[in-house]
Unconditional design. Structure first.
Length: 357
C-alpha cells in the first residue's frame, strides 16, 4: 500500500480506536459501580446481622477463629445422666451452658465421668479432654509434674474427706498405728488422711491405693483396717453401722477444694474460654438458686439418694460464687505447700501464677 493511502486511512482508524477505548472505559466504570453496589449491599446485610445479634458480635468473630465445634469436658463421678453436680451439672442439665457456649461456635459438649482425679488429669494431659472439674490435689500434683494446664476457677472450697473403719474397727486416729488404710492415691482424700495422721503424730501405718468400691469390699472382708471416703458413699456406710473415725469438718485446713482446669493447648485455640466458661457457670448458678427444690431433686437423682441427704451433703451454700474466693486460695495454697513438703508434688510454684484471671 502507498504512503498516501496509509495517510488517508490513519484518520478513520484513530477515530475508531478512540471510540473503542471510550466504550471500554464506560463498561469498566459500570462494572465497578455494580461491584460497589453489591459490596454496599453486603455491608448493609452484615451491619444488619450485627445489629440483630447484639451482644453476639464477639461470638461471630469467634466462630471464624480456631475454636473447635466440639468441647470435651471431664468430671468426677458416674451416673445414668452423665452429669456432674453443682452449678456445672445444673447448667448442662437445663441447657444453660450449652446455649452460652454456642454463641462462640461450640456446637457440642462431650462429657466424660472419671472415678478419680488422677485418671482425669491423665486424659487431660493426653489431649482427650480440653478441660475438667476435679479435686485440687490431683490437679496440683499434675501441674507440679509439668502438666500444661491452667486453673480457671474453684467450684467449692469445702470438699469433705471421711475416714471410716468397720463396725468393730479402730475408733480413733491414734488406733490406726500399725494399720492398713485404703486411699485413692493422689486425691484430696489422700492429702486429708496424710495430714490428719501427721497432726496426730501417727507415723507407723500403711497406705494402699484402691478406688472406693474396691476399698469398701476390702474393708468388709477385713483386708484393710480403714478407708478414706467421700460424700454419699460415706453416708451410706455410716448408715450401715460403719465407724466414723474422723472427717475434715473438724479440720477445715484439711478440706479439699474443687477446681476447674483447662489445657494450655485449648487456651491457644480459645484464649477467652476461662471468661466465657465462668460467665456461663454464673448464669447456671443464678438459675439454680431460683429453683432450689428442683436442684436438690436433681442431685438426689444423680446420686440415687434422698433429697434430705442431698441437702446435707451438697448444700447450695457450698457452691462458690466467685471464681477465686480469698479463703479458697488460702486453702489451695495450703494444700499445695503440704504436697510439696511431703514430696507428693514434684516442684513448688505459686498458685497465682497458675490461675487465669
Amino acid at each position: 500500500m502507498s504512503r498516501e493511502k496509509q495517510r488517508g486511512l490513519r484518520g478513520p482508524v484513530r477515530l475508531a480506536l478512540i471510540a473503542v477505548l471510550i466504550m471500554a472505559t464506560a463498561w469498566l466504570q459500570a462494572c465497578g459501580a455494580n461491584n460497589s453496589s453489591n459490596g454496599n449491599a453486603k455491608d448493609s446485610a452484615n451491619a444488619g446481622a450485627s445489629a440483630s445479634t447484639g451482644t453476639e458480635t464477639a461470638a461471630a468473630a469467634d466462630k471464624d477463629s480456631k475454636v473447635p465445634a466440639v468441647l470435651n469436658y471431664g468430671y468426677i463421678g458416674s451416673n445414668n445422666k452423665n452429669l456432674p453436680g453443682g452449678a456445672e451439672g445444673w447448667g448442662f442439665y437445663k441447657g444453660i451452658i450449652q446455649a452460652e457456649l454456642k454463641k462462640y461456635g461450640i456446637e457440642e459438649v462431650k462429657l466424660t465421668g472419671f472415678p478419680n482425679g488422677p485418671d482425669q488429669t491423665e486424659s487431660l494431659i493426653s489431649g482427650r479432654l480440653d478441660f475438667g472439674g476435679l479435686g485440687d490435689t490431683p490437679a496440683i500434683i499434675a501441674a507440679a509434674s509439668g502438666a500444661k494446664t491452667r486453673l480457671i476457677n474453684q467450684t467449692t472450697i469445702t470438699n469433705i474427706g471421711y475416714l471410716l473403719s468397720g463396725p468393730n474397727g479402730p475408733k480413733t486416729v491414734e488406733e490406726l498405728k500399725g494399720k492398713t488404710i485404703a486411699i485413692q492415691k493422689g486425691s484430696y482424700m489422700h492429702r486429708y488422711v496424710v495430714g490428719l495422721l501427721k497432726q496426730a503424730g501417727v507415723t507407723d501405718y500403711k497406705l494402699v491405693h484402691m478406688l472406693i468400691p474396691d476399698a469398701q469390699a476390702a474393708l468388709a472382708k477385713g483386708d484393710v483396717d480403714a478407708m478414706t471416703n467421700t460424700g454419699y458413699t460415706a453416708q451410706k456406710l455410716l448408715g450401715q453401722g460403719y465407724t466414723l473415725i474422723d472427717d475434715s469438718t473438724k479440720h477445715p485446713e484439711l478440706h479439699g477444694t474443687g477446681v476447674t482446669v483447662v489445657s494450655e493447648s485449648y487456651l491457644k485455640k480459645f484464649p477467652d474460654f476461662p471468661k466465657v466458661w465462668n460467665e456461663a457457670r454464673q448464669k447456671a448458678l443464678e438459675d439454680l438458686k431460683q429453683h432450689e427444690d428442683e436442684y436438690y431433686q436433681f442431685i438426689a437423682d444423680l446420686n440415687k439418694t434422698t433429697v434430705d441427704l442431698a441437702k446435707k451433703v451438697s448444700p447450695i451454700s457450698d457452691i462458690t460464687v466467685e471464681p477465686f474466693p480469698a479463703e479458697g486460695i488460702t486453702r489451695i495454697t495450703g494444700t499445695k505447700d503440704f504436697l510439696v513438703e511431703e514430696g507428693l508434688a514434684k516442684k513448688d510454684y505459686k498458685i497465682e501464677d497458675w490461675e487465669v484471671k
